[in-house]
Ligand binder design. Sequence first.
Ligand code: SAH
Length: 247
Amino acid sequence: MSGKAYLVGSGPGSLGLLTLRAREVIDAADVVLYDQLPGEEILSTLPAGAELIDCGKYGSNHTLEQHEIEDLMVARVREGKTVVRLKGGDPFLFGRGGEEVEVLREHGIAVEIVPGITSAIAVPECVGIPVTHRKYASQVTILTGHEDPTKPESALNWELLARSAGTLVILMGVKNLPEIASALVEGGKDPATPVAVIERGMRPDQRVTVGTLATIVGQCREAGVRPPAVIVIGGVVNLYDGSLPAE
Ligand code: SAH
């Protein structure tokens, strides 16, 4: 077995924020298994000579099941190929990168992990919002909004999150934003807490909606906000610079 596997982060979607190491391993790949999250600007630069496999895991529209992606990676490495698994942002922040590495290791396959710039920090940053700031937040909590907070089996403690100081950064939270906002207010968070929702960060069609815990749900409904978006909750949102250009 001479193949090798790389788990690679693409950054938030602009080519300038792809790392040099990511570029190097992508360009040398025989096979690239990619999600849609890296975005068109990066996906359009995948090597034409490689086998490009759209894993299309986006929202509920799954092109390949998780086990099929893992099986394909294992099979191609066993054929002696250099395989790149390309994921949005950083490969170890949500998105099941950790699970994929576990599977490869179980099969005795060596994996190099190439970190990426995570959207959780970079997307707010690019509209002027620092996730920490001496005046507003000395801690930041990054969480998935994928789970409905009203479900009893939720792995997140929303009461604790409501009481915790600092910034909350929520990924995959657009669908459940109404439940999330109510859970936080019910847990005791001030309804006047500022919230920013940044859709398609660092893409040409980036859009930012800014409000408070009390107003953001109505604003997002009105604006037709859709994933992918990063939700930032906390005083740091006051530093949003609405005059910054989209790119
Ligand atoms: N590993 C990724 C996160 C995967 S979870 C990372 O480190 O960035 C997928 C979620 O990431 C999306 O639902 C969205 O909340 C967020 N996301 C990723 N890229 C984004 C972008 N360019 N703009 C807005 N949100 C983004």
